[in-house]
Write a protein that binds this ligand. Structure first.
Ligand code: ADP
Ligand code: ASP
Ligand code: MG
Length: 448
């Protein structure tokens, strides 16, 4: 079995859906399970709808917003399906009926999650309708809500997903094409939930792991994972090969092309992940596997919204157990730490979830003087740093000579050098690193 995930832009219009249907039927593909995102813009529109429903006196605006969304789907359905639209529209209208009902009463958090789930339900019904009704080809629509489960800890429950998928596939031993929804799932109580924004990548990887798939393909709107953020740096290029560890670090530290956790299930089962471009299907893209490609620093990513916390205490000098009790504060508040640097009398660390910051700071004040810096970004340089010992670190630090750096983390992993800068300096830092690490003086790409 191969898993093929198509992102929002890849299914963003009737024409794109036709192209995706063609890719799904490539002659070399045997059994495959297609994981779909919502059409681009839909999840944002649903988030906006929920926002209007939470706001008082926004009922009229919410109704107009909903009517507009329904109109868009009816237009796409007619364009994609022609006369077959009549058979598919009732399924789309199930979603709009649900949205209307939720819009008629005060919105709860559970209601909001049901709203967000409709995007993937709509896109999958549309594409399944096109494949079966217009192309006349067999395809099974598998409801993700029957098998994608979270455990009591809010994390995906791999065992339940494996069992649920096996049961969902059992009636179809001979079918070759399955279509399901990314992003959506049920929580431990059976209520509708999701895998957070961008979560369809994670769905694909979890499904691939559950089925011990041959390969997971993530089809998107760019030709692979680039060596730097193409949204702010010019002249970036796709990295052909990455190891699971390198890709996991890049995804976690902000390479938006992959959901932060999406490499982990594939890595645990050794399943290769291929990042491919729907707009350029023949481009080689990026292969993520147990192997890495040549070159020391392969790519750079950045993660915003970071808070740095510094604790200065003379009690730390020559003391043992100090760090443990300090970290326990973060553990008590279920707040993960990303970077740490220490000296004899101070510790600096970063968090990206500042939801419990006031409580954390209040407790840290028992240890010493606490300083907090918000609006920071972690810049993460990823590669096989052992391939050229200290050379990469030297070049990276030299490239950052004009950027104020708040923290540096090097040596924790052979794959990663992280630096913390103010978010306002991030783009400058990414560009200067790009110029010094990946381009020669004429601006040509360096191969390593
Ligand atoms: P999809 O809707 O297919 O899931 P996303 O928008 O989530 O697509 O991810 C693809 C986008 O990620 C690209 O269009 C690109 O702008 C952005 N991106 C950010 N960093 C990188 C990177 N290092 N390599 C490739 N794309 C990146
Ligand atoms: N539709 C969801 C989002 O926009 C999930 C995804 O596309 O991966 O975040
Ligand atoms: Mg995405």
């Amino acid at each position: 079995m191969k898993i093929l995930k198509f992102g929002g832009t890849s299914v963003g219009s009737a024409q794109r859906m036709r192209e995706v249907a063609e890719l799904m039927h490539a002659p070399h593909l045997q059994r495959r399970l297609v994981v779909l995102s919502a059409m681009s813009g839909t999840t944002n529109a649903l988030v906006e709808l929920a926002g209007l429903l939470y706001a008082r006196d926004a009922a009229l605006a919410a109704a107009a917003h909903l009517a507009q969304l329904r109109q868009r789907y009816h237009e796409v359905a007619h364009e994609l399906l022609g006369t077959a639209a009549a058979a598919v529209l009732p399924y789309l209208d199930e979603s709009f009926q649900t949205l209307h009902e939720l819009a008629a009463e005060p919105l709860s958090a559970a209601g909001e999650r049901i709203i967000l789930a409709q995007g993937e339900l709509l896109s999958s019904r549309l594409l399944h309708g096109y494949v079966t009704q217009v192309l006349g080809r067999p395809a099974v629509l598998l409801p993700a809500l029957e098998f994608m489960r979270l455990g009591a800890d809010g994390e995906p429950d791999a065992a339940a997903i494996r069992q649920g998928l096996a049961a969902a596939l059992l009636p179809y031993p001979h079918e070759a094409l399955f279509i399901t929804q990314g992003f959506i799932c049920r929580d431990a109580h059976g209520h509708i939930d999701n895998l957070k924004r961008g979560g369809s990548d994670y769905s694909a990887s979890l499904i691939g792991a559950a089925l011990e798939a041959e390969e997971i393909q993530i089809w998107t709107d760019i030709d692979g994972l680039h060596n730097n953020d193409p949204r702010v740096v010019a002249g970036t290029y796709p990295v052909r090969e990455l190891s699971f560890d390198e890709a996991a670090e890049l995804a976690y530290f902000g390479a938006k092309i992959l959901h932060p956790s999406s490499v982990l299930p594939a890595r645990a089962h050794g399943i290769p992940v291929r990042l491919l471009n729907t707009m350029q299907p023949d481009a080689p893209g990026t292969l993520i596997s147990a192997r890495t490609g040549p070159g020391a620093i392969k790519a750079i990513a950045a993660k915003d919204g970071i808070t740095a916390i510094n604790v200065k205490s003379s009690r730390m000098l020559l003391a043992h157990g100090f760090l443990r009790s300090l970290f326990e504060v973060f553990e008590r508040h279920c707040t993960p730490i990303d970077m740490i640097t220490t000296s004899e009398v101070a510790v600096s660390l970063t968090i990206d979830d500042a939801g419990r910051l006031p409580q954390i700071v209040a407790e840290l004040q028992d240890f010493g003087v606490v300083a907090v810096d918000e609006n920071q970004s972690i810049i993460c340089l990823v590669g096989s740093l052992t391939q050229d010992a200290n050379g990469s670190a030297h070049r990276a630090f030299a490239a950052l000579r004009d950027v104020p750096v708040r923290m540096i983390s090097y040596g924790g992993s052979p794959n990663n050098i992280s630096v913390l800068v103010r978010t306002e300096d991030k783009v400058r830092a990414l560009r200067t690193l790009n110029a010094d690490l990946f381009e020669d003086i004429e601006g040509n790409h360096l191969s390593s």
